[in-house]
Design a protein around this ligand. Structure first.
Ligand code: PSU
Ligand code: MN
Length: 313
């Protein structure tokens, strides 16, 4: 998969559109590629990725999807590259921070998770990143120590991640505890409760509530001004009309957790396995909910990016 982007001294290829927007201080929003290759089936993954990019452009922000192509990290993909990614799906290696060096060294194709996407976004100067859900502390994580590197990345990389919270396939209270330990600012958008991806309820209160894109931009600005060095998580609840039935999802999750245990699925295979099985068990309604919340996050993320760009002018 070749590209028209030029690879700078950092070894990262930035697309001309993204490079131009960054140079003029315009609004740019990073997007991950694991959600495309491992989180959704073809062709819905491609449709969603294209719609998300379109929503951002309509709202004044330049989208920058991040992936590793033939060993070269790319920030901003052409439509052909995006299609290649969506069609290849699982042939692209799920690439978290720990996998980056190996995928690059071997000339491989990598779909970046939240941790790897944050790393590259920060490297090229993109302050905001939109996704669906982040990884977290897995249920029984206190025994398995399966804690997503997304959480440590948020602790050490000053990028703001917009997500619909974390799925209840994870241990939400422990995820929030871990984020606190890592010093991550966690804010919920127009709510006092941390959302649980498919639903707006988790039973967990957030330390901070924000009610507008401008308010989010001010927090990001303060974080940068003080050189805090840590990230920010803005949790946007799924729009009410798309919220899946909490009970149906929870019973699918319980079944799937049992299956994963019986089949000894562990490590980085758990999240894609759970997503896929929950989708099947809910008759596809979890996928539709997933698509709706990603698009909503794209809208909110674009508005925050524009507000931040205005604040910096
Ligand atoms: N949660 C979702 N969809 C996803 C992921 C998480 O609802 O696609 C992906 C993201 O790329 C996230 C990664 O960074 O899974 C976390 O994987 P792990 O749990 O192995 O750290
Ligand atoms: Mn893990």
């Amino acid at each position: 998969m070749s590209s028209s982007s030029s690879t700078g001294p950092t070894g990262v290829a930035v697309s001309p559109e993204v490079a131009a927007a960054l140079a003029r201080g315009g609004a740019v929003v990073a997007l991950e590629s694991t959600i495309i290759c491992h989180g959704m089936p073809y062709p819905k993954n491609l449709q969603t990725a294209m719609e998300v990019e379109a929503i951002m452009r309509e709202n004044g922000a330049v989208p920058a999807t991040i992936a590793i192509l033939d060993g070269v990290p790319h920030v901003g993909l052409s439509s052909e590259q995006l299609k290649g990614l969506a069609v290849s799906g699982r042939q692209f290696q799920k690439t978290a921070r720990r996998d980056i060096a190996h995928v690059v060294a071997s000339g491989g194709n990598g779909a970046t998770t939240v941790s790897a996407t944050m790393f590259f976004a920060y490297k090229v100067g993109i302050p905001i990143f939109v996704t669906g859900g982040i990884g977290g502390v897995h249920r029984s994580g206190e025994q398995t120590m399966d804690i997503s590197s997304d959480l440590t990345e948020l602790g050490k990389t000053p990028v703001t991640v917009i997500s619909a919270g974390v799925k209840s396939i994870l241990d939400i209270p422990r995820t929030l505890e871990y984020l606190e330990t890592q010093g991550v600012t966690v804010a919920a958008y127009k709510t006092n409760e941390f959302p649980a991806f498919f639903t707006d309820v988790s039973g967990c209160k957030v330390p901070c509530r924000v009610d507008s894109p401008e308010e989010c931009a001010k927090i990001i600005y303060a974080n940068n001004n003080l050189n805090l060095g840590s990230g920010i998580l803005i949790a946007v609840p799924i729009p009410k009309e798309h919220a899946a039935s909490g009970n149906a999802i929870e019973s699918a999750i319980q079944k799937t957790l049992k299956e994963a245990e019986d089949r000894n699925i562990i490590g980085n295979a758990i999240t894609p396995f759970m997503l896929d099985r929950v989708k099947v068990l809910t008759g596809g309604s979890s996928l539709e909910a997933n698509i709706a919340l990603v698009k909503n996050n794209a809208l909110v993320g674009a508005k925050i990016a524009v507000a931040l760009s205005d604040l910096r002018q």
